[in-house]
Design a protein. Sequence first.
Length: 389
Amino acid sequence: MFYARKAIAALESKRHLFAEAEQSRQEDLRGLSDVLEILAGLSRSEVELSLQRLPRPGALPTADHDRYRRLVLPFGVTWASHRQARRWALRVLRNVPTFVVDGSQIPPTHDISIPVAVVQVGCFENPHQGSAPYTKDVDVEVLTPAELAADYEEGGLFPHWRVNWQRFKMEIERLVSYMGSHAGVVPPPLCFFDGSLVVSFAQHMGAEHQRLYTDAVAGLLNASEQTRVPVVAYVDASYANDLVAMLSHLGGLHLTSRISDASLLRPRMKWGDRTQVYICARDDAVLDRYYERVCFVYLKTTADNPPARVEFPRWIYEADEQERVLDLVRAECIVGTGYPYPLETADAVAVLTMPDRERFYRILQEFTEREGLPLRFPRKAVSKGRRRT
């Protein structure tokens, strides 16, 4: 049971701490705003010269800086109604397939005596060709006790490490396979990756596990460049601060609060606007450096929420394909009413709900009975199930 009155009293007792944190945040935002004004007056070479002492200043400018001399680039297209916006979106998407993968999982639990997990990866392809049907499919992998033994490595810092890695690996492999089968297709399809191409979370892992993740992403970048099939990583609620880090270094700021790029940009952007393209130069402890092969922009895809972070391989920018790709992302966000429709659909295909989990455990129970394997449900788990139904 949740005791609301006690929670309210606890909040009230610390109201001054919340107020102080917000004051510090506003002061940091004002300092960053001042640096943005300075940035507008600098050339790309001057920015790079100011940052050259830092091997990883967060972000590095591209030719966009000298070309536009502004951080935010207006979209410049307006519509009188959502119907008009959809017409634009469907025209942009016509004959361009979009493909996305997304995963879900049932991790191992102490509620049953045999460690077992399930990873399910769903994919969705929409050809956008008249009456041509879309495709939905899933891949399912079951992880056994022997395979889950890796979860006890890394000093227990990463529960379900093996399950999370299996999901990540399956998603990447499915994207790479799709790219290979569509090399040379004109116009090329657009692939979506749900998450970031910058695997900072891996910095807390051992070198061997880090390498698995960095090799997987590098393989995805290679496949995209070799097949010329673009891939975008879409992060709807990004807390990355690569741009803020770059501005802090330029202005000599010592921020006292964590400011995300998206929160800094939110009041400066309208629907459809994007930032300049930047090269990722994040300073983290991931050993294998490939970040310079990743570009990013922030793209406003809703009226009220902060902009989304959109990452893509650097070859797309060097081939001057970024505007076409970002228009495709905008179009899918119009169809999805603020969120890319393919990502939304793939999530629905892949998601494993609590009823799905219960169905899997019944299947597992029937399987172990046929195979003569001992499967036990602790009394605590049975009691919890009875009380919550």
